[in-house]
Design a protein around this ligand. Sequence first.
Ligand SMILES: Nc1ncnc2c1ncn2[C@@H]1O[C@H](COP(=O)(O)OP(=O)(O)OP(=O)(O)O)[C@@H](O)[C@H]1O
Length: 363
Amino acid sequence: MSAVIEVSVAHRLGAFSLDAEFASDGRLTALFGRSGSGKTSLVNVISGLIRPQAGCVVIDGRVMVDSAAGVFVPKHKRRIGYVFQEARLFPHLSVRQNLLYGRWFAPQAEDGGSTLDDVLDLLGIGHLLQRQPGALSGGEKQRVAIGRALLAKPRLLLMDEPLASLDEERKAEILPYIERLRDGFGIPIVYVSHSIAEVARLATHLVILGQGKVSMSGPTAELMSRPDVPILSTSAEAGAILEARVLRHEPEHGLTILGTAAGPLQIARRNLPEGTALRVRILASDVMLSLKPLDGISALNVLPGQVSAIGVRHGDGGALEVRLDCNGVGLLARLTVKSAEQLRLAPGSPVYAVIKSVSIDMP
Ligand SMILES: Nc1ncnc2c1ncn2[C@@H]1O[C@H](COP(=O)(O)OP(=O)(O)OP(=O)(O)O)[C@@H](O)[C@H]1O
């Protein structure tokens, strides 16, 4: 299968050099990096706002830029939908008119793609049609902005920090809609974010940028559980992502039991049918290690595994991350350097991961 998006470009902006290369066949590719790492510049190259001095951009098999062949498809012909930090709706138009404005740009000759009903249903905005943007919450505005972009039948949706101006509650409200869009709409998404929690939850493919270069690119779960990606592993939000499924409920204990390839996990009772697939996240700071199986411990979740890699010291030098392999699933544990020494951890050491808390990302 060819990649959904392939980028290999070199471009100089004043003192800054963008020299970025990645290929992703993910449904949602996140561009992640510190401020000034080049995320916006790369987005501008993908969208056609910047014509790179050298290189190629291919979207869904279509060559948008090939400097050697003199190809440069202009921005308005790339069929890219945008969602920005601010919804940028037309204040004098109703929600319906804002949405239909998007459709106006859809290629007339082409059948298929999303209808207004599909979009209203996906984003839960049918009841807002007659309102003006001024009467919407921040989260509702963003959902309308996403709908407007989808109705233009884009080949690719570019979402540039779409949640950055929302408070935590509004973010939590909109995340499930972005997941539905990612999983059910068939439009690849490039998503720019500063937030590890957002990336962990949404991205299927992660591209990490540093000083204009791609320092890592790969499946999100794989990168998140590596101890040698400092921008991820040393953050307070560092942690592993596991695919899970609801196995059964234990109402008498108020628990739901999840199955994962690493072993079963018990979580506080969730009202989800058996078989429901979900993604869980286990923060590195919520994992302790033991060399022996444990009795008499209050933690419910203990998974056997072995150390697969040890990261470098960071912070004031007192902490490091250890990657575990639990039956082929990567977990990350944050330890003090002293504990790592006392346990004499080395790649291959058998350990038990004692998990203090599991967070559920979906639904
Ligand atoms: N037109 C320009 N001329 C010169 N330098 C530029 C230009 N545009 C961007 N830069 C520089 O390029 C670097 C990367 O900027 P860019 O906006 O791509 O980063 P970013 O990762 O999106 O940052 P942020 O997260 O803060 O938005 C910065 O150092 C910026 O000052």
